[in-house]
Design a protein around this ligand. Structure first.
Ligand SMILES: Nc1ncnc2c1ncn2[C@@H]1O[C@H](COP(=O)(O)OP(=O)(O)OP(=O)(O)O)[C@@H](O)[C@H]1O
Length: 225
């Protein structure tokens, strides 16, 4: 079993209350959570990453309990070994491609050297065809290159799962089609479980796998594409 999630969380802001009450189990290596804006997708992803603590429930990944409110288990985000790819990729603007990717390998506060190198770093530079732009900062990259740098930075840490928040939203339509295919191939090659959230039905239909539809904080439909 890759994922088992059964969580509840109430978010309050003034008079407004949002209840997340989500429950699913999946054996699929690729899971898509699809739903309109405000459905609760990001909160769900944050709970898996350890960035949001549910009020109640259980989160299990590949047989490992990451969160269990009854047993008092709450593994820190750093120890969960899940990589989070943010919607805007969150690259460091003052670091070049090489440094941005190297950042994924190390803890601590110091920036990697502009000439950082390691076997893993060289591997990802080649795998994502980023060697030619390795010395450039994110501002001098195309949208697809930026996404590949973010993916390389996430994957170099050898995560147990990859969480993707609207990974294609910032791309133009042609590039979106290409990057969907690249992610598809990457998932097949690495076999790493991916959990992707989107409000685009095309993402759900093309990336496929186990597609869960979310509405108003709950999973209301499941299908396999
Ligand atoms: N800190 C908070 N306090 C109160 N309500 C919150 C908080 N964070 C999020 N919410 C509410 O929770 C609901 C779900 O938000 P979430 O970001 O998970 O939606 P989403 O499905 O990811 O939407 P989008 O596709 O627009 O990113 C929204 O109604 C939002 O207003």
């Amino acid at each position: 079993m890759y994922f088992h999630i059964d969580i509840e969380k109430t978010l309050r802001s003034g008079q407004r209350e949002f209840k997340l009450k989500a429950n699913f189990t999946s054996n699929s290596g690729r899971i898509v959570i699809y739903g309109a804006s405000g459905a609760g997708k990001s909160q769900m992803l944050k709970a898996v990453a350890g960035l949001m603590h549910p009020d109640r429930g259980v989160i299990e990944l590949a047989g490992k309990r990451l969160f269990d409110s009854v047993a008092g288990i709450n593994i820190t985000p750093q120890k969960r070994r899940v990589a989070y790819l943010f919607q805007d990729y969150a690259l460091f603007p003052h670091l070049n491609v090489r440094q941005n990717i190297a950042f994924g390998m190390q803890g601590g506060w110091f920036n990697p050297k502009p000439t950082a190198n390691s076997e893993a770093l060289e591997y990802w530079l080649d795998a994502f065809e980023l060697r030619a732009v390795a010395h450039q900062p994110p501002s001098q990259l195309s949208g697809g290159q930026r996404q590949r740098v973010a993916l390389a930075r996430a994957l170099i840490a050898n995560p147990a799962a990859l969480l993707l928040d609207e990974p294609f939203a910032a791309l133009d339509p042609a590039l979106r089609v290409r990057m969907r295919a690249e992610l598809d191939a990457l998932q097949q090659r690495l076999g790493i479980p991916m959990l992707l959230i989107t409000h685009d039905p095309d993402d759900a239909n093309t990336f496929g796998g186990h597609v869960l539809t979310m509405s108003d904080g709950a999973i209301i439909e499941e299908r396999h594409v």
